[in-house]
Design a protein around this ligand. Structure first.
Ligand code: ZN
Length: 420
């Protein structure tokens, strides 16, 4: 239950990817990890617990001995689908102040209707200073059309045009541009006239909560994939003991939900550069670094589709992970998940050693399959990867659902892997 409550705290502190990276840095700092400056050529790795941040991505590691020979990695992502403000966000229409928004990632549009929305992210001044912003109040709302004006909605479903029908209301009357800049100034401490740019996400204000008749569930936004970021930190913090030649690494990337191709995404060079710099700081040569990569394994940790009791036929009949029955090993013949026979065997051995149950997921052969940072990382680094996750429902909804019982075995499997 402590793990469940701590996850709820972590999610509530992480309304967007930038704040999730702040939360990770905070938790890692609490566990004795120190920040390293990627722009500094000299890394002193005395002390053994470090993290590197780039934008909303964080790579953390534990150096247990002087001569690393391999890495054991856990990869996750800090971002989640949401509505993001456009650069010229504020406008007025029919007496209402509104925000122009883009849909970030594969959001379930309807899940954003009629929710009390806050605003979080980063604001930049004209001199390049970045300020964190969080307006944690019911600022905005995407109002659904009344059924009287949309008589067939229950038969035909809610179809929302992303350009015209997802714009939230956030006030009445006044000057939308001046009022918006004033809001940003109050939230960021940067004077309205000095605001140059922003990265701002809307988020559901409802806090993460424990639900169900016997407190079985966690209901929250952004379970995909803050659960794996949180579990990764728990696992890494307990990776002090283990093989001294193995370096446990936690990589939490940004931009997974939009394809990973960015400086803070799994498709960029961030992880490879951090691993190589660990090797160089330990006095290894290029050949030793490449040899270390060849002996490394990553678990790509991301949420998995539990079977939905209202739609059991959407799952492959013999691969239907259930809520509360433990972590899920994900397979796809077309490498949408990076699991291979060899890495599947590795994960089964970890689960056995950790005394954790393990479920299997394969998509129906006639349905498409999601993907993760797993295949991206395997392709970029040439290391073996298995895709695992915790089962959940309502993936990519503004409000998702999982079972609290799945957290402890998930952390146990990740920790067994990182111990090496
Ligand atoms: Zn995900």
């Amino acid at each position: 239950m402590d793990l469940v409550r701590d996850l709820c705290r972590f999610i509530d502190a992480s309304p967007c990817a930038a704040h999730a990276a702040d939360s990770l840095a905070y938790d890692l700092g609490r566990d004795g990890f120190h920040p390293l400056d990627a722009a500094s050529p000299a890394w002193d790795l005395t002390g053994g617990r470090f993290y590197v941040r780039r934008g909303a991505a964080i790579v953390a590691f534990v150096l247990r001995g002087p001569t690393p020979q391999r890495f054991r990695l856990v990869g996750a992502h800090t971002d989640s689908p949401h509505l993001r403000l456009k650069p010229r966000a504020a406008y007025a229409c029919e007496g209402c102040k509104q925000f122009a928004v883009e849909v970030y990632g594969g959001a379930l549009h309807n899940s954003w209707l009629d929710r009390d929305l806050g605003l979080a992210g980063t604001v930049w001044s004209t001199d390049g200073h970045a300020a964190s912003l969080r307006l944690h109040k019911p600022l905005a709302r995407v109002a659904q059309l009344a059924i009287h004006l949309d008589r067939k909605v229950n038969e035909e479903g809610v179809k929302l045009n992303a350009q015209t029908q997802l714009a939230p209301l956030w006030g009445l009357g006044g000057d939308p541009v001046a009022d918006f800049l004033e809001l940003l100034a109050q939230g960021s401490g940067i004077a309205a006239g000095d605001i140059a740019a922003h990265d701002l996400s809307l988020y559901d204000l409802t806090p993460a909560t424990i639900g169900g008749g016997r407190d079985e569930f966690i209901f929250a936004g952004r379970l995909d994939n803050l659960v794996s970021c949180h579990a990764g930190v728990q696992a890494l913090a307990h990776a002090t003991s283990g093989d001294n030649a193995t370096v446990p690494v936690l990589a939490c990337f940004d931009h997974e939900e939009v394809g990973s191709d960015s400086d803070a995404g799994a498709g960029g060079p961030l992880l490879a550069q951090v691993l190589e710099r660990i090797a160089l700081a330990c006095g290894l040569g290029r050949a030793q670094y490449l040899a270390a990569l060849a002996g490394s394994v990553m678990l790509s940790a991301d949420m998995a589709h539990a079977v939905h009791p209202n739609y059991p036929d959407r799952h492959e009949p013999r691969h239907k992970p259930q809520l509360g029955q433990g972590p899920v090993l994900k397979n796809n013949a077309n490498q949408r998940y990076a699991t291979t026979g060899a890495t599947a065997a590795h994960v089964r051995a970890l689960a056995k050693a950790a005394n954790a149950p393990l479920q299997d997921f394969v998509a129906r052969s006639d349905l498409g399959c999601g993907s993760t940072i797993g295949p991206v990382t395997a392709a970029a680094l040439g290391i073996a990867v298995a895709d695992i996750g915790a089962p959940m429902l309502s993936m990519h909804s503004a409000r998702e659902c999982m079972a609290g019982a799945d957290l402890a075995p998930y952390v146990a499997v990740l920790a067994a892997h990182l111990r090496g």
